[in-house]
Design a protein around this ligand. Structure first.
Ligand code: NAD
Length: 478
């Protein structure tokens, strides 16, 4: 069985302990990864520091961009191989894994092309002075990535940091580290100097905690749960460094009676079942106007009943969820729904020949849920859609904003004025009108408000987020 090592200072280095890598489709072990701790993290941060004091500073913006573009080229070259690795490691149906690899390549293309377009400003100041700004890299940046979109989220967070000229230490999720290590190989092949890109695998409370507490780290980018986000924020505060937190959501989809209902139903179902509902920006609450509630839930239920769950290689509508704990978490919410006598409007079905040891749950549609119920308030992170009723615009906004989260929202209406009013009133980092992009492409700034976190990924916002703005003032006389 293959034992994967850490990638530190351009070398593959074994840790003394290992963790099993499990295929969620059948629960069988497929490999081992390093179970790292403070020692490996320290080596990776020092490697990053050494690169920043050495070769990396001599690589100008144009050349940096070319290195990122070269990496993107290699990701596309190894498309199928990377998708298969992700599919085995995370349980993703191949079509989902292929889309993730493409999204990762896009991140490297986008930020590769942007690396030489980071402009400062000149600022009108006093006579005889010139004032200007520059974006400087922070130094060594830490990247903690979750298991739901391992390769895609890695691309999203490390590509802008590298484009800005930082060196990075990446700690992938313990359940899904393999594609981050495969990416390290491609980064090396592209020609990045040793130490610029380091990957250290291990548990969150060991390797993750050591990384966020390390005094050599100058910026932390974290995606994951709210609970761990708070711990990471405290670690950043202790070292007085910036942190971006992407902490998931309970994103509402608002469906008005004048909406294009077929389009809405298709997009709403896709958004909650894609990746087995393990998507931070999944539209997990559907808010339906009273007069179309029965008609629209019937439409959704028909679609839910047609959904099929299978192993990653069966490549159906949904694969397994990532691990046994995640399956139990989702099943507990479904038990709660039954206990509280909520209306189960529809369920999908399991394919025949499901591997016995896999982590499967049925996609489920639950109707007439009150906004204060746990199923309408908490992030389930599974293929469970709750439907709620609303009367009018004000009622819809009230319910949409009635959770601790604020990541994404969808508004379905043919009234242009209403779409504009709601886009401004809903508390969310992204609003989609008559479409739903679950975060959209790399071009669209993405991130939350309230309990969904702060800081923006994607777009130029993310690039600037990895730079420290410096103001230089020169007195030269008139
Ligand atoms: P998590 O927050 O525990 O893990 C996310 C990442 O943080 C992993 O890489 C993990 O190793 C690391 N980590 C854990 N403890 C750490 C610590 N003390 N210091 C530094 N890093 C640490 O998330 P999880 O247990 O994998 O999932 C639990 C729930 O979190 C999910 O059910 C879901 O609700 C939410 N989640 C959200 C997202 C998202 O995209 N926002 C992604 C995954 C999970």
């Amino acid at each position: 069985m293959r034992v994967y090592q850490n990638y530190i200072a351009g070398r593959w280095v074994a840790a003394t302990r290992t963790l099993a890598v499990i295929n969620p489709s059948d629960g069988l072990q497929i490999a081992e990864i390093s179970r790292s701790g403070a020692c490996e993290i320290d080596a990776a941060v020092l490697a990053g520091r050494a690169a920043l004091n050495g070769l990396w500073t001599t690589v100008d913006e144009v050349s940096r961009g070319k290195l990122l573009l070269k990496t993107a080229e290699f990701i596309r070259r190894d498309f199928e191989k990377l998708a298969k690795l992700e599919s085995d490691d995370a349980g993703k149906p191949m079509k989902v894994a292929l889309a993730d690899v493409a999204a990762c390549a896009r991140c490297f293309e986008y930020y590769g092309a942007a690396a030489d377009k980071v402009h400062g400003e000149t600022i009108p100041f006093r006579n005889g002075y010139t004032a200007m700004t520059f974006y400087e890299p922070y130094g060594v940046t830490a990247h903690i990535v979750p298991w739901n979109y391992p390769l895609q989220m890695t691309g999203r967070t490390v590509a802008p940091s590298l484009a800005m000229g930082n060196a990075i230490v990446l700690k992938p999720a313990e359940d899904t580290s393999l594609t981050a290590l495969a990416l390290a190989q491609l980064v090396e092949e592209a020609g990045f100097p040793p130490g610029v890109f380091n990957v250290v695998t291990g548990l969150g409370e060991e390797a993750g905690a050591a990384l966020t507490a390390h005094p050599g780290i100058r910026h932390i980018s974290f995606t994951g749960s709210r609970e761990v986000g708070a711990v990471v924020q405290a670690a950043a505060a202790a070292n007085t460094i910036p942190v971006t937190l992407e902490l998931g959501g309970k994103s509402p989809q608002l469906v008005f009676s004048d909406a294009p209902l077929e389009d809405a139903a298709a997009a709403i179902v896709k958004s909650i079942v894609h990746n087995s509902g393990q998507t931070c920006s999944a539209g997990s609450r559907v808010l339906i106007q009273d007069e179309i509630y029965d008609q629209f839930t019937y439409e959704l239920a028909t679609r839910f009943k047609g959904l099929r769950v299978g192993s990653a290689s069966q490549d159906l509508d949904l694969g397994p969820v990532v691990n046994a704990a995640q399956r139990t978490r989702i099943e507990n919410y479904l038990s709660m729904a039954r206990r509280d006598k909520l209306q189960i409007l529809a369920e999908g079905s399991f394919a025949t020949n499901l591997p016995v040891g896999g982590y499967y749950v049925k996609p489920t549609l639950i109707g007439d849920v009150r906004s204060d119920h746990a199923l309408a308030q908490e992030e389930i992170f599974g293929p469970v859609l709750v439907a709620l009723r609303f009367r009018d615009e004000d009622d819809a906004v009230r319910i949409a904003n009635d959770t601790p989260y604020g990541l994404v929202a969808g508004v379905w209406t043919s009234d242009l004025g209403r779409s504009m009013r709601l886009s401004r009133r809903i508390e969310a980092g992204q609003v989609f009108v008559n479409n739903y992009g679950s975060g959209g492409g790399v071009e669209l700034p993405f991130g939350g408000v309230k309990g969904s976190g702060f800081g923006r990924e994607k777009g130029f916002e993310a690039l600037y987020g990895f730079g420290a703005l410096k103001t230089v003032t020169i007195r030269h006389g008139t």
